[in-house]
Design a binder for this molecule. Structure first.
Ligand code: SIN
Length: 286
């Protein structure tokens, strides 16, 4: 296995590994390097079936789509035979049905942060990629936290924020009427998380808010919350904290939602088709 740093803030490129064949020792080493790189790894040249992607993803932990862990907000786009695989795509079937969610994640967010147990790792496997465009940006929320003054870090430390799927459903422009079902708003997709969390593996602090799903800071008046979140939302997407990924077919990108946010750039018309599997985290804590 070879690795190369992708940007000063976060990310490694990993080559010379077949994730479907890796031993426990190789997997542990990959996971350690992933943690050291701020929770972003671009593994090149993988050849994954829905089953082998599911099997590999499960090595990180339990998956959405298994047992009772349904991610109802993406239900129409799960593969019927593999509910662990969520299709992200602008393609349509011959009879005009959406093959995946188009414009998925075209706003800064951390996957499933609106659940008590949000996403830990997301594994996105590129099958068809536009000739140009369709990059994904990743922002290190560890670097963003570290760049705040000690006084601001101290002020944020005891705060909690409400995360609600409703925010993205209403404001991002990514969700059509048919994407939303009443169950999306029954309280299952709304929860409270610390605004600063401690990464359970590395002990590093990270900001845990995102414009996609965070509705407000708990206990603040709405203007107070909007002002503080407005400052933080500007702060957390500074270019210094970002790696922008230009996809190649057969890339498997693994990101840690407890250490990063991401944004899928919608600047293409050509076909784009990817499979995402999503690992469930423990409830984040400070
Ligand atoms: C997502 O938010 O999982 C989609 C990312 C992408 O399409 O690049």
């Amino acid at each position: 296995m070879q690795t190369k740093k992708l940007s000063p803030a976060l990310g490694i490129e990993v080559s010379s590994i077949d994730v479907t064949q890796c031993t426990d020792e190789q997997f542990n080493s990959l996971r350690e390097k992933w943690n050291e790189a701020g929770g972003l790894a671009v593994v090149r040249d993988q050849h994954l079936t829905p089953q082998s992607q599911t099997d590999f993803s499960r090595r990180f932990g339990p998956l959405f789509g298994e047992d009772d862990h349904f991610q109802d907000t993406v239900l129409p786009y799960l593969m019927p035979e593999y509910p662990t695989i969520y299709r992200v795509s602008n393609k349509k079937t011959d009879d005009g049905k959406a093959l995946g969610r188009a414009r998925a994640g075209s706003y800064w967010h951390s996957d499933v942060s609106f659940r008590d147990r949000p996403a830990m790792a997301s594994l996105l496997y590129a099958i068809e990629i536009p000739g140009v465009g369709g990059d994904t940006q990743f922002a290190s929320q560890i670097a963003a936290y570290n760049a705040l003054s000690p006084a601001m870090q101290k002020m944020l430390a005891p705060l909690n924020a409400v995360h609600d799927f409703r925010v993205a459903a209403r404001t991002s422009g990514s969700y059509s009427e048919s994407d939303i079902n009443s169950g999306d708003f029954d309280g299952t997709n709304r929860c409270l998380h610390p605004l600063v969390i401690t990464h359970p593996d590395t002990g590093q602090s990270a900001l845990f808010i995102n414009p996609g799903f965070t509705s407000h800071i708990d206990g603040f008046e709405s203007q107070e919350s909007a002002t503080l979140l407005g400052f933080l939302y500007k702060h957390i997407v500074q270019p210094e904290f970002i790696y922008r990924h230009p996809w190649q077919p057969n890339d498997l990108v693994i990101w840690d939602n407890r250490a990063t946010m991401h944004y899928a750039i919608q600047d293409y018309n050509e076909d784009r088709y990817l499979h995402r599997s999503t690992v469930i985290a423990a409830k984040p804590s400070r």
